[in-house]
Design a protein around this ligand. Structure first.
Ligand code: ADP
Ligand code: ZN
Ligand code: ZN
Length: 744
């Protein structure tokens, strides 16, 4: 037999698959098997993408694979990788690499640990009271008697070895799956509540589709605000899927920030639920993946990469909070997990469900809509009030200050959203106007003042970690490349000591809140900050939990504070600088602004005190369209308006966008590569916009082309061919090309 193998290399130049001859012992190699193969003068890992009887090459010229490695992929995932490579102008090898068992490429396997067990002689020794045992030894034997097999490390390996030499204990190496720790978050119920009529209707439609051999390929959109009971509908659909003997994938934007969702699935379905996410250790991820691969687990909950879960007989794919940009992958291939979910569902005859309070216009237009128009607790949405910031120079509007002061007096919780971290946006010298810029990127450095940050990266300011403190005036950081430097005492250009700070970020707001709300030890009102400055996911989850458990207080942070989580008892929501997202030159700017306000409103006013709740929107653009729709809670109106606008401009869903970025250490090289691509694309039936310069990033100059096409597939194929023609030559001169189909 011949195996056609795709070697897992990063280079675009290698275009497999290549033929290998299987020997008699490799008879069970199948499509999807992971092999170690001789490849040129080296060894590589490769995935079998096809089996064949004959090769066009003579048998003597074919090498044999050296070994089968690990569990390999399911054949349907091999087909998915081939589709992804084409859809995102990438390579099959890169797509396949996303789907392997976590750690498979570097040899992560099942964990074996030393486990102790009581022997018959050990049992007798415990019982007869005649064997000489120290108190410690007796305690160990008693523990083993009570618990059965126990990892040796828990009882002390040295002591166990001595008992083993006397024949009282047996020590063996056994496979012991690493199970992710379960965090008990909030209360979740094993038993489904009686559904509301709306939930019942939605679940009915999904149940009907689940029973159908050909469910609607466009899928369902479950539209309802936070607290309208969407998750309860997902749970019901998963239950029906499991009852039919099939598997389910549930995608969530960010598990560390929304542990409640995972917890509800685990409580309802137990060990049949596996979880895959980046906060787990590699070993845990590997073992969870294997539980899915073997069918021991049939529900996978996780972020975008969980869309590749190796489940068998997929019956349901859920994408919760489908509007979230985290479903788009930033590395090559730049896949969109929502589109991959759609492909997988279609190819396995599975039911596809997207859910959101603020669905994307393309989902509203393309999918079957199921609505949950009210909150389960029947509380109305809080009123949204616009505060005009024109003419105000403080970051908090007087009305906002009053609302916070009221809250502090009456007790309650508030969430403040400002989509900008740090203290000030940028610094300038008051004498000569010098602005502090990043040496590697064409952007201003952002001032930070809180301590326990990472030390400066500027070589002349480097010092041992222990000595590092942010300094009296803080440090400035680049939010793109991570460059950091201390704020100097004097301007390096003119030696002036007067530096102006412009704008406010979350750190500054946190400080303002401390000033405004004061500290009264008898009446605590804690202030929590949540943004990407919290180094780890655990730290972020910890902040959210602390806010959840506090009886009163304020949570201030970037868009993270309006995601996923859902705490009853928040009676005030504030969006600061709401039009900030509108200032990005991006066709999704309005959608994003509307979503941010509406999502925060959805998380306000649930539970006790909900009736007195409100949402304040501070903005310099009080009449902006998305803000008006958010004030009226009019999702449908916003989407209808947005669709009209996009149709006129041929934006998605009325056309497809493809973005190509050429970058190089020299400006000319980037421009040359972009020009060459543009030339390759003449004749394509699509608008090719650019090349246009983008700001320099990490020391690389960038040029961008945007292709706006009515016909998606021909445009993708043409861009793929153009990149294949231009990229190798450009790469030799240090320029690189990256393609983003459906950019965010
Ligand atoms: P969403 O996912 O839309 O935010 P959830 O499914 O999380 O909504 O429901 C919000 C809250 O209401 C949860 O605490 C959930 O347990 C509860 N809930 C959902 N459906 C019902 C129901 N039919 N009866 C009672 N409580 C419900
Ligand atoms: Zn100066
Ligand atoms: Zn930078």
């Amino acid at each position: 037999m011949i195996a056609r193998v795709q070697p897992l290399t990063r280079t675009r130049a290698v275009r497999g698959p290549f033929d290998y001859r299987l020997n008699a012992e490799q008879a069970d190699v199948a499509v999807g098997s992971l092999l170690r193969i001789p490849f040129g003068a080296q060894r590589a890992l490769g995935v079998v993408v096809e089996l064949a009887e004959h090769s066009e090459l003579e048998p003597e010229r074919l090498a044999e694979p050296e070994a089968v490695v690990g569990a390999g992929l399911r054949p349907d995932l091999v087909a998915l990788a081939e589709w992804m490579a084409r859809e995102y102008c990438s390579t099959p090898a890169r797509a396949l690499s996303l789907m392997l068992a976590p750690g498979a490429a570097d040899g992560t396997g099942a964990r074996r640990v030393l486990v102790a067990e009581l022997t018959d002689a050990g049992e007798q020794a415990l019982g007869n009271g005649q064997t000489r045992l120290t108190d410690g030894q007796r305690a160990v034997l008693t523990a083993l008697h009570a618990t059965g097999r126990t990892p040796a490390a828990e009882l002390g390996t040295g002591g166990l070895r001595r008992l083993e030499s006397r024949g009282l204990v047996a020590l063996k190496r056994r496979v012991r799956p690493r199970r992710p720790v379960k965090h008990a978050v909030g209360s979740a119920s094993v038993i489904a509540p009686p559904l509301t009529a709306d939930q019942d209707a939605a679940l009915g439609a999904l149940g009907h589709a689940l029973a159908d051999a050909h469910p609607p390929p466009e899928g369902f959109l479950l539209q309802g605000v936070t607290g309208s009971g969407k998750t309860e509908v997902y749970l019901g659909a998963v239950e029906a899927t499991l009852a039919a003997g099939r598997s389910a994938i549930v995608l969530v934007p960010e598990i560390a920030l929304t542990p409640q969702v995972l917890w509800r699935f685990q409580v309802r379905f137990g060990d049949i639920v596996a979880v895959l996410h980046s906060a787990l250790s590699l070993g845990e991820r590997h073992d969870e993946w294997m539980r899915l691969r073997t069918g021991e687990a049939r529900v996978c909950v996780g972020p975008r990469s969980a869309v590749f879960a190796p489940v068998e007989n997929l019956g349901l794919v859920v994408v919760d909070e489908e509007h979230e940009s985290s479903y788009k992958h930033e590395g090559d291939p730049r896949y969109d997990a929502r589109r991959v979910a759609w492909w997988r569902a279609r190819h396995s005859g599975a039911v596809l469900v997207f859910g959101s309070a603020t669905p994307r216009p393309e989902s509203v237009r393309g999918m079957r809509r199921l609505a949950l128009p009210t909150r389960v607790d029947r509380r109305p949405m809080p009123p949204v009030e616009v505060l005009d910031m024109r003419g105000h120079h403080q970051p908090l509007h007087p009305e906002t200050r009053m609302a916070l002061a009221d809250l502090r007096r009456a007790g309650g919780k508030a969430i403040l959203l400002l989509n900008r971290r740090g203290w000030s946006n940028f610094l300038s010298c008051r004498s000569c106007g010098r602005v502090w810029l990043c040496p590697n990127c064409d952007v201003a450095l952002v001032l930070h003042r809180s301590r326990n940050q990472n030390p400066p990266t500027r070589p002349d300011q480097a010092r041992p970690d222990a000595e590092w403190a942010a300094g009296p005036s803080g440090f400035v950081a680049c939010h793109h490349c991570g460059h950091r430097e201390l704020v100097p005492e004097r301007c390096p250009s003119c030696a002036s000591v007067s530096v102006a700070r412009h704008g406010a970020g979350t750190e500054r707001i946190e400080h303002e809140l401390h000033e405004a709300l004061g500290s009264d030890p008898t009446h605590p009102f804690p202030i929590f900050r949540l943004d990407a400055d919290a180094a780890t996911l655990d730290a972020r989850a910890g902040t959210l939990q602390a806010f959840e458990h506090a009886s009163a207080g304020v949570l201030v942070g970037t868009q993270m504070v309006a995601k996923g989580h859902d705490f009853p008892g928040v009676s005030l929501g504030v969006v600061l600088d709401a039009d900030q997202t509108l200032r990005f030159p991006d066709f999704r700017a309005e959608e994003r602004t509307f979503a941010l306000i509406t999502q925060l409103a959805g998380r306000t006013g649930r539970g006790v005190g909900g009736d007195r709740s409100r949402v304040l929107v501070q903005t310099l653009a009080p009449h902006a369209r998305p803000i008006g729709y958010a004030v009226r809670h009019d999702s449908d109106g916003f989407v209808a308006d947005e669709l009209t606008r996009r149709e006129v401009l041929s934006y998605p869903p009325y056309g497809s966008l493809i973005r190509v970025i050429c970058s190089a250490p020299e400006e000319g090289l980037a421009r040359e590569a972009a020009g060459a691509l543009h030339a390759e694309l003449t004749g394509l039936d699509a608008a090719v916009l650019g090349p246009a310069p983008l700001f320099r990033l990490r020391g690389r100059w960038r040029q961008q082309l945007v292709i706006k096409a009515q016909q998606r597939q021909p445009a993708i194929d043409a861009v793929g061919r153009a990149v294949a023609t231009v990229a190798p030559g450009a790469a030799r001169r240090g320029a690189s090309v990256s393609v983003d189909v459906d950019p965010q």
